[in-house]
Design a protein. Structure first.
Length: 236
């Protein structure tokens, strides 16, 4: 095989909403030696990372960790884990990424109900709560900060309504995590997906997520151990 020249990227000032420029400290960390996933040092790093994510998401959730993939991979992972065919999902759309939530939910067989308001505006919480009373969703999926419009949606009243109606409240906070408050516990959000490539100023390729015991219970009820590693205790 021919010897390839060393990769040399041009210096750029990135002015996009993502990817963004990363701090040199982050880039140095990415150049650290590789260690195995069973190495005690890896366990220590993972535990520290999970605790830092709890602080970032303002939560006491046990479950807080990064998904190895883009922000969309994180959204897919959460929605795929809780949606079963025929589940009622309500998606209030006020920008481009509300449509993405809709498309993903439809792909997993959900009965998706949408409501829309003019781009550049946000919903009145009472309008969303009224729609919830009509469709009785298992899941309400919303974008916190819409990259396409620059608007941030209030979530507290919607989270309280979801809890009162026993619906899971799933939030795409990709554009806002690290840039403004995302009060997971206070706003009664059941699962939140973030992204590294925006306010966190880290290269894309990881999606921090957190979810609570309500969500974990739904996931556990659908758990299936892959055949290649299953044991008799797993019912195989």
């Amino acid at each position: 095989m021919p010897v390839r020249k060393e990769l040399c990227l041009p210096q750029r000032t990135i002015m996009t909403p993502g990817p963004v420029e990363a701090d040199p400290r982050v880039l140095r960390a990415m150049g650290a030696p590789i260690i195995g996933q069973f190495d005690p040092a890896f366990t220590d790093i993972m535990n520290e990372t999970m605790q830092m994510l709890r602080e970032l998401f303002e939560t006491e959730n046990r479950w807080a960790y990064p998904i190895d993939g883009t922000s969309r991979a994180g959204i897919e992972a959460v929605l795929a884990s809780v949606i079963e065919p025929g589940d009622s999902v309500l998606v209030p759309i006020y920008g481009r990424f509300g449509y993405l939530l809709t498309e993903i939910a439809e792909r997993y067989g959900a009965d998706v109900h949408t409501m829309e308001c003019e781009w550049g505006t946000v919903f009145r919480p009472e309008d969303i709560i009224s729609e919830m009373k009509k469709v009785h969703p298992k899941i309400v999926a919303m974008v916190h900060g819409e990259t396409s419009t620059g608007r941030i949606h209030p979530l507290k009243e919607i989270g309280e309504a979801c809890r009162a109606q026993n619906a899971l409240f799933i939030v795409d906070a990709v554009a806002t995590i690290g840039g403004c408050a995302v009060k997971t516990d206070e706003w009664k959000i059941d699962a939140v997906i973030g992204g590294t490539q925006k306010c966190l100023s880290v290269p894309s390729g990881m999606a921090p997520i957190t979810y609570n015991d309500r969500t974990a219970k739904v996931i556990a009820a659908r758990k299936k151990v892959e055949r290649g590693i299953a044991t008799e205790a797993d019912g195989v």
